[in-house]
Design a protein around this ligand. Structure first.
Ligand SMILES: [Fe+2]
Length: 393
């Protein structure tokens, strides 16, 4: 068919920048809005009378775990709490969670927290239903059976783990962040109540918010981007740029909390289908080797990786720059992102976090093998990765 006449020619011009072909993944159900936390108990009861609640050690002090467990009990669900999750959750934590729930008739898993709690809970649910070892599920779609039902209750605005089919689990024996990508991992219910984020410290708001912004930008320039994921990604970038500085400045600014939770949700939906790119591939190694916060690593690496990738996707990065720059053209995207990082209190470089120049070649070799590299818009060689790490020092 000729592309020069008729309706299809118009469509082709309009969509020239992105594929019409898409392989889209969506969660089953998402609750969003102030107060939706109260619906967790009755919905969990639809699956089981026994729930394993997975959370991190600091979370019970916020009172949010009590609210969830009280809601579960009121609905007739008996909770067992496993609160051993840390940032960069490990295989041992998944195993401890499995042990905590063993023989208790658990039929639903409820994670309360951010990406670490959700990733740990999702992996517990997958292994509980399929057996074997955590390492058996590294890679794409390795599980034969659906996981136990998971309810992911977000208390941060960043990871997107509540709506994604990915879990990242650290294997300390290999100093590696294993990526488990499996359609069975996606929580059956994601709960996004912006009121849960009101008490978040500004440093956590900053780190998680920059993770969401990185998801949105990497999904938008991903080789797996599509018309549908673009809608989510572009809106997420707009929201994060507008609302992250506000949420960091005033943690009680409810409109900013709404905006950031929506940004994180939309970015999560975008990456579930479009995946991420080199920022994540490089950041994962820093998390695995130095146990550094994921969002902070992303925030520091994002400007330099965008600069490297720009020649491969000029128009898309120009659009990102227009959003980040608020329409005031002229400044390069790297400088605009750096300025945004300064506004929200991001450390200026990796050296501040203890990363040493001598470690960069090894980190780069590890990053080359990271699954997230596969959808980066510009292929990276080992020397390119070392150079990016050096510029981010
Ligand atoms: Fe991330």
């Amino acid at each position: 068919m000729s592309g020069s006449t008729g309706r299809f020619a118009t469509a082709r011009v309009a969509t020239a920048q992105v594929s019409l072909t898409a392989d889209l993944h969506f969660p089953a159900r998402v609750l969003f809005g102030r107060g939706v936390l109260d619906r967790v108990g009755p919905l969990a009861r639809g699956w089981s009378e026994h729930a394993l609640v997975v959370t991190d050690r600091g979370m019970p002090a916020t009172g949010l775990v009590d609210r969830v467990t009280d809601g579960l009990r009121a609905a007739g669900v008996e909770p067992i709490v496993y609160d051993g999750v840390t940032p960069n959750p490990t295989i041992a934590q998944v195993e401890a969670g499995l042990e905590a729930g063993a023989g208790r008739g658990i039929g639903v898993i409820v994670s309360v927290g951010g990406g670490s709690a959700h990733d740990c809970a999702k992996t517990i649910a997958l292994v509980a239903a399929n057996g074997g070892e955590v390492r058996d599920y590294e890679g794409f779609d390795r599980s034969p059976h659906r996981a136990l039902p998971c309810i992911a209750v977000n208390t941060t605005s960043g990871s997107g783990a509540d709506v994604s089919r990915y879990a990242v689990i650290t294997d300390p024996g290999r100093s590696l962040k294993m990526i488990i990508a499996d359609a069975h991992l996606t929580p059956r219910l994601a709960v996004n109540d912006p009121l849960t984020t009101v008490g978040l410290p500004s440093a956590v708001t900053m780190a998680t918010g920059l993770d969401a912004l990185t998801h949105a930008i990497e999904a938008y320039v991903s080789t797996a981007a599509s018309q549908v994921t673009d809608l989510f990604a572009l809106r997420a970038i707009e929201l994060a740029v507008a609302d992250l500085p506000r949420a960091v400045r005033d943690g009680a600014d409810l409109e900013a909390r709404d905006g950031m939770m929506l940004a994180a949700l939309l970015a999560g939906l975008a990456i579930d289908s479009a995946s991420v790119g080199a920022v994540h591939a490089l950041a994962h190694q820093l998390g695995a080797v130095y146990d550094l916060p994921h969002g902070v690593c992303n925030g520091i690496l994002l400007p330099v990786v965008c600069e490297f990738n720009q020649p491969a996707s000029t128009e898309r990065y120009a659009r990102v720059a227009a959003i980040v720059g608020g329409g005031r053209g002229g400044r390069p995207l790297r400088a605009l992102l750096r300025a945004l990082g300064d506004r929200v209190g991001l450390p200026r470089g990796l050296a501040e976090l203890g990363v040493e120049r001598s470690a960069l070649p090894d980190l780069a070799a590890r990053a080359l093998d990271d699954m997230c590299m596969q959808t980066n818009p510009r292929p990276m060689r080992h020397a390119d990765i070392v150079a990016c790490y050096e510029r981010a020092l």
